[in-house]
Design a protein. Structure first.
Length: 343
């Protein structure tokens, strides 16, 4: 799936008139699928994005898999959808196509023809291919946008001017629809490919989140996605389940095994560091949402860190533990609230 760039080198400054005959595609859209060349061409323009309150670019922080370039999908009015060019990026691997990224840099002297720097070949991040964020559309209305997470393949160029600026302070955004939309898209993507053990755990996690959100909404609670910008960072933390009324973050897990619970714990502890900096009328509550009751050692581990627990009980409903005093060797333990299994 690594189509050769046919003579283009990362850093080359090119016009579309030079690009399309070599890599395929046509026109002036931001995303140009090229079926005959098995490519998808992606054109980023930071000036265009600024009109809508976002900017594409490299995250300043590499993760354990390396660098990430974030690219906002197409669609200038209303919520962006996985169709057209956006779908071609999401499905590029399954369709056997390579992503080629270009960034607008100026114009040909004496003309209106745009020039673009070739950044290199890319693929979607396999662990987290996209995020749904809130932004403005061209009419100034709030809407959900798709932000793809792209990882370079082979040689690429990374200019400091193309790197995002860290957030000066922590900030949180709430969306009623983004979390459910994200889960629905992940579910659709999974059915199009052979299922792995990782996919099965992810599917169980998403199903649990949907069921819990439905239960809370039926009880009159407001549940949606929390988008957390972290101070001095360009990365964000996303939580599908947040109740803004009582300031509670829920992190669902696909299993009640140690690995799943400790990963959720780490995510919540990281969030606490920044959410405590943001004023709110209610104290912050952090909860792990598990598909079954975790063992007592894991419950005590959560209690030691002040993390609550909600789990799906044998009747199919949800039971909650709260942190309280215990006679065990652990300073704090969970007390079960309205659940059939004693703490």
């Amino acid at each position: 799936m690594t189509t050769a760039p046919s003579g283009f080198q990362p850093g080359d400054i090119l016009t579309r008139k030079q690009i399309h005959p070599v890599l395929g595609g046509s026109g002036f859209a931001g995303i140009c699928p090229a079926k005959e060349k098995r490519n998808v061409l992606i054109f980023s323009d930071s000036k265009a994005g600024q009109r809508f309150g976002y900017r594409d670019g490299w995250l300043a922080e590499d993760d354990d898999h390396g660098p990430v370039f974030t690219y906002t999908g197409t669609g200038q009015q209303g919520n962006q959808a996985f169709e057209g060019g956006n779908l071609s990026i999401l499905e590029h691997a399954r369709m056997g196509r390579t992503l080629h990224l270009f960034i607008a840099v100026g114009k040909v002297p004496g003309s209106a023809m745009r020039t673009h720097r070739y950044i290199g070949m890319f693929k979607l991040d396999e662990r987290k291919p996209f995020e749904i964020r809130e932004a403005k559309d061209e009419l100034g209305q709030d809407r959900d946008v798709i932000v793809f997470r792209l990882r370079p393949i082979g040689h690429y160029i990374r200019e400091a001017s193309d790197t995002l600026e860290p957030a000066p302070q922590s900030r949180m955004r709430f969306s009623r629809t983004a979390g459910r939309y994200t889960r629905a898209t992940r579910r659709q993507s999974r059915v199009r490919r052979p299922q792995t053990d990782v996919d099965q755990v992810a599917a169980a996690r998403d199903d649990l989140a949907d069921a819990f959100e439905e239960r809370e909404a039926a009880g009159g609670e407001t549940i949606g996605q929390l988008d957390l910008s972290m101070r001095n960072s360009t990365s964000r933390l996303m939580f599908d389940l947040y109740n803004p009324t009582n300031n509670t973050v829920y992190e669902p897990t696909g299993t009640a095994a140690s690995e799943s619970i400790t990963q959720a714990l780490a995510q919540l502890l990281r969030a606490r560091r920044y959410l405590n900096e943001i004023p709110h009328d209610q104290p912050l509550h952090l909860m792990v949402l598990a598909p079954t009751l975790p063992n007592v050692d894991l419950r005590d581990l959560l209690a030691e860190h002040g993390i609550g627990l909600v789990y799906r009980n044998d009747s199919g409903g949800f039971s909650e533990f709260e942190i309280g005093r215990s006679t065990s060797s652990t300073p704090h333990a969970f007390r079960c609230l309205n659940c059939p299994i004693p703490a």
